[in-house]
Ligand binder design. Structure first.
Ligand code: FAD
Length: 498
């Protein structure tokens, strides 16, 4: 038995990050380690963060959470992708679907055949080959087939949910898995002589001691920055939006299974439809627009009466220099922030918790373990950052913010990916990247980055009757979508009778 094992974990913060971490650690450690979570009702949580990406399903599955019960408890809806309106230029729209385009029918990826047919005058949009988009557009939803021969296996999905209800749901789960919750405000953090955290002190006079501390205190980074000064890398020169104003409204449009992002003069607006309401927010750059103007833009573009007052949020895009420092791991907003353009923050929480469990320390805190956690987490943040920058740097809009981001220097790994695509339409995402080739393809084509050539192999494979195969695919996708239930029917059938 290793007597250096971790005996007590203290999680500071009970937002989405705190409760996701508590639920996952509670389940994994099976009562063999004391886990305390402290949160302050007075400080509250950020309260936004309602759209996700497909890996979240895995997080819930690992906890053994029933999907339909989860959708019911969180007023959730299903998400097949994101529609981007006015991003490349005003009047233009595209869809980033979850899943692939078409089905594999040759060694050469489908999009090269599609590019060739385009040069021959076929104007079919690429997204017409994505089952996720065709279903989303029709308001349809069902879970994908597990049979890889079926076209219904070619799409994926995520969720949209009420962040407050999700935290409550996870809290119940975590408390059933040996997590003890304390309500109260942390007023100071006491360090040991070696600089590691010893305990946190609460306003009530109580102390919480621990071997391992998880900082889920949100933007303030109470432990990782306030006590340990881990440092912050500011990325606003690449992603200049630094504020958001958020508001909830009634449903005014159809009950669609996707998120919408609409570009405005100095930022963009999200629309996240839940069962009981719609979440909206305007993310903007304060250098180009005032808070009042940003709020007015948001309110002018609501589809139905607001249910809440607009709420202002300030942020600095970037990442903590060290996510794990000494005996403290930052998870959630305390670790960094990337604007919610591709709904990645909750995923970054999920992957940090998964990585912490994969690299779980003992009380010796091997520096190689910490270094590996920081290396992998940093790489993940940078890759997401580059994917977000792509949405901005390839645009033809005329307003000053959009001209600025179209002209700025971009990170080298993104420049490399763009050069490959511009040359021969090639996609070079590595296997373990969060956003895979189909995701890059959707946004590259969506932002109207056109390759000079398609794969030369296409013209050497004369036996492949691409026009006929592509038309056949469209037919099969159309028939499959016709047979799907609407999202509302699906939820009524499976998620209401709990
Ligand atoms: P918070 O929610 O801020 O929670 C911090 C916790 O720490 C609270 O419980 C608070 O009480 C506690 N705390 C702080 N100080 C103390 C103290 N001194 N003592 C005791 N407790 C304390 N993510 C997505 O995945 N999808 C989205 O669509 C999305 N949209 C977003 C839109 C905006 C505008 C913003 C700003 C974020 C968005 N996010 C989104 C991110 C998402 O909201 C966060 O990742 C998520 O909510 C996690 O936040 P958190 O738990 O780290 O912090």
């Amino acid at each position: 038995m290793n007597d250096r094992r971790i005996r007590r974990i203290v999680i500071v913060g009970g937002g989405t990050a705190g409760w996701m971490t508590a639920a996952a650690l509670g389940q994994a450690l099976q009562g063999n380690c004391r886990i305390d979570l402290v949160e302050s009702d007075r400080i509250g949580t950020i309260g936004v963060g309602e759209a996700t990406i497909p890996p979240i399903k895995l997080f819930n599955q690992r906890l053994g959470i029933d999907e339909n019960a989860f959708i019911t408890a969180t007023q959730g809806t299903f998400k097949l992708g994101i529609e981007f309106v006015d991003w490349s230029r005003k009047g233009h729209r595209y869809f980033h679907p979850f899943g692939q385009f078409g089905a594999e029918f040759d060694k050469v990826p489908l999009h090269h055949y599609w590019l060739r047919e385009r040069t021959r005058g076929d104007a079919t949009p690429l997204e017409d080959y994505a089952l996720a988009w065709m279903a989303a557009r029709a308001g349809k939803f069902m879970t994908p087939s597990k049979d890889p021969r079926q076209v219904l296996s070619t799409f994926d999905y995520a969720y949209q949910f009420d962040a407050g209800l999700y935290a409550t749901f996870l809290r119940r789960y975590a408390e059933q898995h040996n997590v003890r919750r304390t309500e109260g405000r942390v007023t100071s953090v006491q360090l040991r002589e070696d600089g590691f955290i010893d305990r946190v002190a609460l306003e009530s006079g109580e102390h919480l001691e621990g071997d391992l501390f998880i900082d889920c205190s949100g933007f303030r980074g109470l432990l990782i920055e306030g006590a340990l000064h881990a440092g912050y890398e500011d990325w606003r020169h690449w992603l200049p939006c630094d504020r958001a104003v958020a508001v909830q409204c009634e449903h005014g449009e159809a009950f669609v299974p996707y998120t919408r992002s609409t570009a405005h003069a100095a930022g963009w607006q999200w629309r996240i439809p839940l069962q009981h309401r719609v979440g909206n927010g305007h993310v903007y750059c304060s250098h180009y627009i005032s808070d009042d103007e940003a709020a007015a833009t948001l309110m002018d573009h609501l589809e139905a009466p607001a249910l809440t007052e607009p709420r202002l949020l300030r942020f600095t895009t970037g990442r903590r220099r060290r996510f794990w420092h000494r005996n403290c791991v930052a998870i959630g907003l305390s670790a960094g922030f990337l604007e919610p353009l591709e709904s990645t923050s909750i995923h970054l929480i999920q992957s940090a918790v998964t990585r912490l469990l994969a690299l779980f320390p003992d009380r010796d805190f091997d520096p190689y373990t910490t270094a590996e956690f920081n290396r992998l987490t940093g790489q993940e943040y940078e890759r997401v950052r580059d994917f977000l920058i792509l949405h901005y740097c390839a645009n033809q809009r005329e307003e000053p913010m959009w001209r600025h981001v179209a002209r700025m220097d971009i990170p080298q790994p993104l420049a490399y990916k763009l050069a490959h695509f511009r040359g021969h339409g090639r996609l070079v995402a590595e296997n373990h990247e969060l956003f895979q080739n189909p995701n890059w393809l959707a946004v590259l084509v969506g932002q109207e980055v056109w390759p000079e050539r398609y794969d030369p192999l296409v013209d050497l494979r004369s036996e492949v009757d691409a026009p006929q195969i592509l038309a056949g695919l469209r037919d099969v996708i159309g028939q499959a979508v016709d047979a799907m239930p609407t999202q509302r029917e699906y939820i009524d059938r499976y998620c209401r009778a709990q």
